[in-house]
Design a protein around this ligand. Structure first.
Ligand code: AAO
Length: 479
């Protein structure tokens, strides 16, 4: 089902990639709820492979060994406590669930909790799963063949057969256990590699959201399925969007293209389904994700990440100001090698996310979701909710501006080496507004630049080439 259950006045899900449950709980209380974020996505929580000799690459969590709740983020009681605390402050929890496959061919495969399995003969005693619960071993040679994509092994990972009744039951039990803990939804990993009919069946058997955690009766879990479809393959995103949302990978790829200067910004005027994207209500959108920010998955070097902060702020500001899809904000740790796992202590446990006095994250955590320009755009999105794009202006190339009804106004300048100096129609009421990219309204003063809107709704806008490439004001930033 496609409703994310955001509380009124909140929006977006933030992916706290590899965060420990304790840190997530604290972040829900201290930052996400007060700042207007609607939800958090966790890393996979089920018992998973442990690869200490490889320095615990982040991707070990995508190789489940059982459906017990125990991971590098914490155990079941810590998980339960986190969901409780996030729900209490109205932040929804969506879990990244991996049930397309188990581990790769390792014998023995050892888990983070100390149990072992035989990934060669496909024996996972903790579930238990045996070889007859898996699809025959074969490699995906071409993504043009839907049978290969769905019945063969993704990256050599033992491929569960979701058509099998017993396998289905185990998956449904797992999802139901998460619902009992109070989660509001799931990101379904590698959905593309499973048959839509099997997924539809599994979703249909999952319980309603937990009344004990404050959900109204009869609510179905929010589901977004990871299906990479940039076109030209056998499996289509439209095979999956009838019964749940789908991750729209074309979104970040197109945004990357535009902001990198390969496609003029003026074309963004009708960005959405006219660009071949899914219907807005079916899409989960993002600038980058945990895969493509490090060259895995799809999108390659077009994708914009935190490593290019100026561009990234522009791309995320566009996403959060544009009324298409349900947005996900990425929150990363720094890395220079694509296998590198999260920051760790000497004993290999994941480091705490420390918060400095100016609200930044320490210990190697990037925390894009706390960057002032990004979190201020969350407020922008919440304030303009329900309005349409209006007052579109462009210079015919890489300078654009638009309002969201009469509640918010945003300008971008990505014109190579050029300043933007224009009188523009903002749609806003007369007054002085604080630009939430260069600063913030504090005690009725603006810490950044101020924009004066006249009686006629016009404002003189200047965005010099050496400044941030975006400026945004809204009814909440009026001083
Ligand atoms: C690890 C090792 C492997 C080893 C394996 C088993 O890295 O070397 O073989 O263990 O021992 C993550 C990591 C994997 C890791 C895995 C398990 O990324 O490296 O394997 O954990 O530990 C496909 C899937 C998509 C998947 C993506 C990574 O369709 O579902 O690959 N994403 C999810 C998770 C991800 C996770 C898994 C799934 C597995 O988000 O973190 O893997 O649980 C095409 C296809 C895509 C395909 C890509 C990459 O994309 O369309 O469907 O994604 O190829 O294979 C252009 C095209 C674009 C194309 C792209 C890539 O952009 O337009 O369509 O090029 O060439």
């Amino acid at each position: 089902q496609k409703n994310p259950y955001a509380l009124p006045g909140r929006s977006a899900v933030v992916h706290l990639f590899e965060w420990k449950f304790r840190d997530i709980a604290r972040e829900c209380e201290e930052f996400l709820a007060p700042m207007g974020y609607a939800a958090v996505q966790t890393s996979p929580i089920a018992e998973h492979l442990s690869q200490p000799k490889k320095g615990h690459p982040w991707w070990e969590r995508y190789q489940p060994m059982s459906f017990r709740i125990v991971s590098r983020s914490g155990n079941e009681s810590r998980f339960a406590e986190m969901v409780e605390r996030c729900n209490y402050v109205g932040v929804r929890v969506y879990v990244d669930v991996v049930f397309n496959h188990m581990t790769g061919p390792l014998k023995p495969a050892r888990s983070i909790a100390g149990t072992s399995a035989d990934g060669i003969n496909r024996n996972y005693p903790e579930v238990p799963f045996h070889s007859n619960h898996f699809n025959p071993k074969c490699d995906i040679h071409t993504y043009n063949d839907v049978n290969q994509v769905r019945n063969c092994l993704l990256s050599g990972l033992n491929d569960l057969n979701q058509t099998n009744t017993y396998v289905r039951e185990k998956i449904i039990d797992f999802l139901n256990r998460l619902i009992d803990h109070g989660v509001a939804g799931f990101r379904v990993d590698a959905a593309k590699h499973m048959w839509p009919a099997d997924l539809e069946y599994i979703y249909s058997q999952v319980k309603n959201l937990s009344a004990r955690h404050g959900f109204a009766p009869g609510l179905r879990p929010f589901i977004y399925q990871e299906v990479i479809d940039l076109g030209g393959e056998g499996v289509k995103k439209t095979d999956y969007n009838a019964f749940a949302r789908v991750t729209e990978f074309k979104y970040g790829a197109e945004i990357g293209n535009v902001f990198r200067g390969h496609n003029a910004m003026k074309w963004l005027k009708n960005f959405g389904s006219e660009w071949g994207l899914l219907p807005s209500g079916d899409a989960l959108v993002f600038v980058d994700n945990h895969d493509n920010q490090r060259g895995h998955g799809a999108g390659g070097p077009t994708i914009i990440t935190h490593k290019e902060p100026r561009l990234y702020k522009m791309a995320v500001a566009f996403m959060l100001s544009w009324p298409y899809g349900y947005p996900r904000v990425m929150s990363s740790y720094s890395f220079n090698n694509t296998d590198k796992g999260p920051p760790i202590n000497k004993n290999s446990s994941i480091k705490n996310v420390t918060i400095t006095s100016n609200g930044k994250c320490g210990n190697g955590w990037v925390c894009e979701h706390r960057w002032p320009a990004i979190v201020n755009m969350i407020e922008f999105r919440n304030k303009v909710d329900g309005t349409a794009v209006a007052n579109w202006w462009d210079n015919g190339n890489y300078q654009i501006a638009y309002s969201r009804g009469d509640k918010g106004f945003i300008v971008f300048n990505e014109e190579m080496g050029a300043d933007l100096k224009q009188i523009l129609k903002t749609g806003l009421a007369e007054g002085s507004y604080c630009d939430v990219i260069s600063g913030k309204k504090m005690r009725n003063k603006c810490t950044g630049r101020t924009v004066d809107v006249g009686k006629d709704g016009n404002a003189a806008i200047t965005l010099l080439k050496e400044e941030e490439g975006v400026l945004a004001i809204h009814i909440g930033s009026k001083i």
